[in-house]
Design a protein around this ligand. Structure first.
Ligand code: FAD
Ligand code: NAG
Ligand code: NAG
Ligand code: NAG
Ligand code: NAG
Ligand code: NAG
Ligand code: NAG
Ligand code: NAG
Ligand code: NAG
Ligand code: NAG
Ligand code: NAG
Length: 679
């Protein structure tokens, strides 16, 4: 909707505003450029210096000459005052078509105050449907080809990586189970944010108009948390600034190298930047994940976690737009409760983060190992399963040496997923074992006891080793255009791009603590659980040997990371799968099935928990499993800072007070395709 702009974004204040009700006149962006810098945090990025203030809103009001309309953009009552809490009443969020839905002229004024960054998104696959104005057979063919590519999905304003949770309402040709395409839980409007002011304005507008608000960064969330029917979405993808500080003094006493990242920075970009700066930053294995977004807020596990801990442990400062619309800096000394909550308590809770500053580590030489074998590489089914037991027997040693392993187990294929009950083509794949700070020779020594066990079982396997002087990246994605393979960064060889965009998978997960691996009986039960899932149930497993307490770093005690991470040696994701033509009945059955089957893992580790960012929407006692002993404080802060319930996402803090009145034949809150109402 750019084009109605009369003033550029650089303009410092709303100026030359005539009556907004007269159609011929355009407003400028409602923003001022501040010249101050936050204290104890790096300077604002240029977009962060462009802010919405009381003074700006006074000018907006003067231009609008309409008290009612001006109030639509006003800041909320200051957080945490009891008056605000007492004054708030939760009610259903409005949907397009409701009498209370903002008029077209109001959306237009909103767009002008944003400087033209409002988008009315169509589902990405609308190109495939003749009844949509977007219909275009060539583009349909392109998006069908690219559908499972995380780069492609993350660059769309509204699309999410797990369309099951928007209601699978508009799948591309070949992956569609109906002949129709509808908006589903893709948002009604998207703010393509490039300044703090735009985020503040969107927060105020959504709160004052009682709209459902979502924040989409990349859309990777396992439960589709970046979607919502009829929502206004804040799209943070283009907040891509980066800065390196060789020696940064943080409020928590840390002194050393740090990197400041706009929240839209994805893992591959953070790694490239770290490599250029000759440092290491902590991020996940998925190249397109929002490393400065939901990933870090939910805790964030990394191939370096067994050495340096969780991503949330690395954060030194945050810039945040709170639910009342105010833009603040959060550190261990300023707004420390916001700082605590956003390091492990999850995204979509008490604000929209525009950037974070994280500690950086020296360049680290690293070895990776990849190998696989199938049932045909084993002399017998028993030998195959004994080999999996041999891996579990080595978990404690492997983690205690600072290594990380990402494995797949299933039937039918070497691919992630694709298991069906009855298939017997069992496979094990060590997608990537990462041995930071080790040579290939040291890594072989570390793995020798495991190899000895595989050899004794006559399993045939061929490990592929890579070593580089740094962990970072030029990702697989660039393989298409790169011809020079001499610089073997670990990431590009060890972490092929994972496929996204599927609506045929449902997962659940469990963290297994050290005590499980120290007791032979529990280790045996863990092996039997793996075996049962694959052999009998038609499930698949994607698991990790990993811990949240790094060898080299004491974890901070003042963040909201799920405590179960600290003592974990394994994070095991179990999934069920159906196919592109499956009915809702099938989806229902398999969705519930994996939740129920997970009782086996819950029974093995009853006092542990599950990782909220790769967890089960239907997890029993979800608050305890995902947040542990932090939950009461998280809940209290959520109520204090967000008394009107502006921020909502399935499974997020406070979500249990709401329900999504799903229009699909599923129980409420099984996806985002319905009206959001208080429960
Ligand atoms: C292929 C793949 C690989 C993965 N690999 C890993 C891994 O190695 N380690 C790991 O720990 N996890 C991993 N994950 C899980 C990942 O951490 C979560 O999906 C996480 O939610 C992604 O955050 P995002 O910002 O990229 O995604 P989004 O879906 O856009 O956001 C996730 C949640 O955070 C909120 N959010 C995002 N940005 C902001 C912001 N700026 N302010 C406020 N709220 C915000 C969103 O509203 C949403 O609720 C992976 C997921 C996938 C699909
Ligand atoms: C002021 O704005 C409100 C909300 O947009 C609108 O309903 C009302 O008609 C406006 N009043 C005048 C006098 O234009
Ligand atoms: C909040 O409301 C309750 C009940 O109406 C009242 O007892 C209490 O005094 C109010 N608190 C404040 C600070 O206004
Ligand atoms: C998928 O959509 C196409 C139109 O793009 C349609 O021709 C086809 O019948 C649909 N498939 C199913 C199973 O509904
Ligand atoms: C979003 O805004 C950025 C500028 O920040 C611009 O480059 C991009 O084209 C916009 N995207 C869409 C889909 O409008
Ligand atoms: C890496 O190894 C070197 C030499 O063995 C050691 O001095 C250093 O502390 C290690 N670094 C980390 C982060 O473990
Ligand atoms: C492995 O192979 C050797 C030689 O082929 C054989 O003697 C041994 O019994 C086999 N062991 C297992 C566990 O299959
Ligand atoms: C599996 O391992 C074999 C070597 O043992 C290798 O040739 C093959 O490419 C591997 N497959 C995958 C999918 O990595
Ligand atoms: C564990 O399993 C092994 C192999 O099946 C068996 O020999 C052992 O007795 C079991 N241990 C316990 C404590 O159940
Ligand atoms: C999809 O799954 C259904 C059962 O849910 C099955 O009947 C059908 O054959 C499967 N289709 C394909 C293409 O595998
Ligand atoms: C940013 C901000 O206004 N934070 C305040 C929120 O409310 C708490 C408690 O009332 C204050 O301590 C914070 O300073």
């Amino acid at each position: 909707m750019r084009g109605s702009l009369s003033l550029g974004l650089a303009t410092s204040v709303v100026a030359s505003i005539a009556s907004a009700q007269s159609a011929a006149v355009s407003l400028g962006p409602a923003a001022t450029t501040v010249t101050t810098s936050p204290s104890a945090a790096p300077p604002y990025f240029s977009g962060e210096a462009v802010q919405l203030t009381d003074e700006v809103l006074v000018k907006v009001a003067a231009a609008l000459k309409n008290e009612t309309l001006s109030r639509v953009f006003a800041f909320g009552a200051t957080n945490g005052t009891s008056a605000a809490v007492n004054g708030s009443r939760h009610s259903c969020k409005v949907l397009p078509g409701d009498a209370a839905w903002p008029a077209g002229s109001t959306w237009s004024i909103f767009d002008q105050l944003l400087g033209g960054s409002l988008i009315k998104p169509a589902p990405l696959a609308a190109y495939c449907y003749p009844d949509w104005p977007q219909y275009d057979a060539d583009k349909c063919s392109d998006i069908t080809t690219d559908w499972f590519d995380g780069y492609f999905q993350s660059s769309d304003p509204a699309s999410i990586m797990l369309p099951l949770y928007e209601g699978r309402t508009c799948m591309p040709t070949g992956y569609n189970w109906t002949t129709t395409c509808t908006q589903g839980a893709y948002p009604a409007y998207v703010v393509n944010a490039s300044t703090a002011a735009e985020v503040q304005l969107a927060v105020n507008f959504a709160r004052n108009q009682n709209l459902r608000l979502v924040v989409k960064n990349t859309g990777h969330d396992f439960n589709g948390k970046a979607s919502g029917k009829g929502a206004l979405s804040i799209w943070t993808h283009n907040l891509k600034d980066k800065a390196f500080y060789p020696s940064f003094e943080a409020d928590n006493g840390y002194s050393g190298p740090a990197v400041k990242l706009g929240t839209g920075v994805q893992a591959y970009e953070a790694y490239e930047f770290a490599k250029e700066s000759s440092v290491t930053v902590i991020g996940g294995e998925g190249a397109t994940v929002g490393v400065a977004g939901g990933y870090t807020f939910g805790g964030g596990h990394s191939p370096l976690s067994s050495l340096y801990g969780m991503a949330a442990d690395q954060v030194l400062a945050l810039e945040v737009v709170l639910p009342d619309g105010r833009f603040i800096t959060a550190t261990s000394k300023q707004n420390s409760d916001v700082f605590w909550m956003l390091r492990g308590g999850g995204g979509s809770t008490i604000g929209v983060v525009t950037s974070l500053t994280v500690r950086a580590y020296p360049k680290l030489p690293t070895t990776t190992v990849t190998f696989n074998y199938t049932i045909s590489d084993a002399p017998s089914v028993n030998a195959f399963w004994a080999s999996i037991g041999a891996y579990l027997d080595n978990f404690e040693r492997l983690v205690d040496a600072g290594s990380y392993g990402y494995y797949y187990l299933g039937a039918s294929s070497l691919e992630f997923g694709t298991s069906y009950a009855g298939d017997t083509d069992y496979y094990f794949r060590m997608e990537s074992l990462v041995a930071p700070n080790m040579t290939i020779a040291e890594t072989k020594t570390l793995l020798q006891p495991w190899y000895d066990a595989l050899d004794a079982l006559n399993i045939s396997y061929t490990p592929w080793y890579n070593h580089a002087d740094n962990l970072h990246v030029l990702h697989t994605h660039y393989r298409k255009v790169l011809t020079d393979w001499s610089s073997h960064d670990v990431w590009e060889v060890a972490f092929p791009l994972e496929s996204v965009g599927s609506d045929v998978v449902k997962t659940a997960s469990r963290l297994l603590p050290r005590s499980v691996f120290e007791a032979e009986e529990l280790r045996n039960q863990t092996l039997l659980a793996h075996k049962d899932a694959i052999e009998k149930q038609g499930l698949f497993i994607a698991g990790f040997h990993i811990t949240g307490t790094g060898l080299a770093i004491e974890p901070p005690t003042d963040n909201a990371v799920l405590p179960a991470w600290r003592d974990a040696l394994a994070h095991v994701i179990v999934g069920s799968e159906w196919n592109f033509t499956s009915s809702w009945d099938t989806v229902y059955d398999w969705t519930l099935f994996v939740t129920e089957w997970m009782d086996v893992m819950r029974g093995i580790a009853p006092d542990s928990g599950a990782y909220m960012s790769e967890g089960d929407l239907l997890e029993p006692n979800l608050q305890e499993a995902f947040y542990g002993s932090n939950y009461p404080r998280l809940y209290e802060l959520k109520q204090q800072y967000d008394p009107t319930g502006l921020f909502f996402a399935l499974t997020a803090v406070g979500a249990e007070g709401w329900e999504v009145q799903t229009t699909d034949p599923l129980p409420y809150s099984w996806n985002n395709n319905g009206r959001l109402c208080p429960k």
